[in-house]
Structures are given as structure tokens and as C-alpha cells.
Design a binder for this molecule. Sequence first.
Ligand code: MET
Length: 344
Amino acid sequence: MTHTLLPTTVVGSYPQPDWLVDRDVLAKNLVPRVRMKQMWRIPEEVLEQAQDDATLIAIRDMERAGLDIITDGEVRRESYSNRFALALDGVDVDNPARTMGRAGKETLVPRVIGRIRRNRPVEVRDVEFLVANTDRKTKITLPGPFTLSQQASDEHYRDEEAMAMDYAAAVNAEAKDLKAAGVDVIQFDEPWMQARPEAAARFGVKALNRALEGLTGETVVHVCFGYAAVVKDKPSGYSFLPQLADCKAGTISIEAAQPKLDLAVLGDLPGKRIMLGVIDLGSAEVETPETVAARIRAGLKRLPAGRLVVAPDCGMKYLPRARAFGKLRAMAEGAAIVRRELEG
Ligand code: MET
């Protein structure tokens, strides 16, 4: 049954099976911006079949855990962003550039050498497969245009904002195709807004709004401090959040459990639905439903129940699968406890 009150979902990713990806390769190249073909254990000619099967596992696990809004688990992706980013025209994928990553480590990024343009749908088959394999409400994620502009080396525009606006047009066209393919919710991941707040203040919301232009139905923008597997110490507040009050997305997804976020910030986002992180992905321990319920109640002190969506802090990609499943089940049970309280 799908709940309309306190619906539960994921931020997107679910653990990829060990028979599909080589975790040692992944551990050395966390969150790649360029292709990382060597992470796949399966030969190219049957890789898509294997990814389909792994996607079915992710969908069934989310259903069994009791979630209301299901994703494809992003198991076909090397990272949350590179499946889309590297499929565009204007990008030199084979000769990457080196830049400083969010965590202050050098990373390889695609070189932008021409106009950014989407020449074909990228995630439409992913949505068709998801929609065909669940009766629940569905969601798909795309990297947001600001984040895409920060994960590239601009050797063509010499103007980050102009480049971000072309990325925005590309994700907008993609999002419209994904809606047409039947997905219910579109989410843009914009973690780099937190990492680059000055640039985000200049053109982040403008680019995001271009990406959201003309999109019907539910839209989400996710902002975070980074995967728990990469970022151990998180600040207790965002450097870029109240600014999102002006964006066209109906829902803002934030992490709150691991950083122990001061929830007073929710007051800065009037009118937005909040997808609140109530699962700490940095702790090995599986939360009890009661712990989750307490975190949801803390959110309800700041927001009416109709504006609260229940989720983990960020993507679950780097967790062992049993832990991810346990945490999701606790989350669904925690939401059920609070729902019963509200409904009397
Ligand atoms: N949708 C992405 C995920 O769940 C969000 C990543 S933000 C670093 O993995």
C-alpha cells in the first residue's frame, strides 16, 4: 500500500551486488566523473542483462522494506552523475582533465571542448524498466546542471554560467522524456551547491530553474555534504540552502541524521516539501524503528506532516546490502509508528 502521509523513499542509489561490481576498484575510485569500465565484473556483451537483474533486486528490496516511492537503485551507474554527463555532445571523455575534487583530492573530469548538447535520451530505458517492474510510485534521479558544470573542465565556453545553462537545457530535455516514459517523480542531484556556495549563489538556482522549466508533476532537488563513505565529518549546517526557497522544485531533499542538522533551517524553506534524511549512513548500526520515529517527530516540530517525506540522508550505494535493507526496513517501520500517532 502506498501512503500519502509521510511517504518513504530513497535518495536514489542502492548497493550494487558484488557479482556486478568490483568493490576494490570502486573503493579506489569513489564517485568517478569519467568512465570507470574496469569496475564492472561482467563482460560488456551481457552487462546490460546483469544490470537489469541487479535492478530487479534493488526494486524488490525497496518494496519488501516497505517503501512508497521506488527508484531503480542507480545500479547501472558507475556514479550518480557520469551515466548522464558522459553521454552528451561537447564532452571529451577519452582525454580527461585533472581538477580538485570536493574533498580536496585531485580527480579526473571530462573536458568540455564544444557546445554541450543532448543528442539522445540517456535514462529512458532505465525508467521504462523501472515502471514495468513495480506497481508503486516511481522516481528517477539526474545530476543537476550546477553539479554537472562543476564536475567538468570548461575549455570551450570560458564562462561557467553559460556552460551550466547548456547543461540545464540538456537535463531539462532528458527529464521531459523521462516523464513521458511514465516516471512519477524527477529528482536533480545538486551536491556541489553545498561545496561551491559562491558559484551556486551566482547561477546555481538560475540553472536549476532552467532544468525544471515546464516539468509537470513532483520534482525534487537533493543537496548534501557527500556520501558517508567519503565524508566522515559533516558540518551541522548547510552553506547553501535558504536560496533554494526560490527554486521551482516542490521538494528539497536534505541530510539531517548524520550531521545532526539543526532543523531550524526548515523555517527558511516555506512552502517546500522536505525530504528529510532520517537514516545515518555513516553508522554501521541499523537504526531501530523508534530512533527513526524520533527523528521524524523532530521534523514534525518544524513542518506540518503534509510537507514531510521520509528518506535516508543520501545514496546507499557504498553500504553492504544487508545493512542498507535493514536501515530501509527500520525507516518504513519508523514512519508507520508516526503515521499511527498522527492518524490516531
Ligand atoms: N542520487 C544519488 C545517490 O543516491 C545522490 C548522490 S549525491 C552525492 O547516490
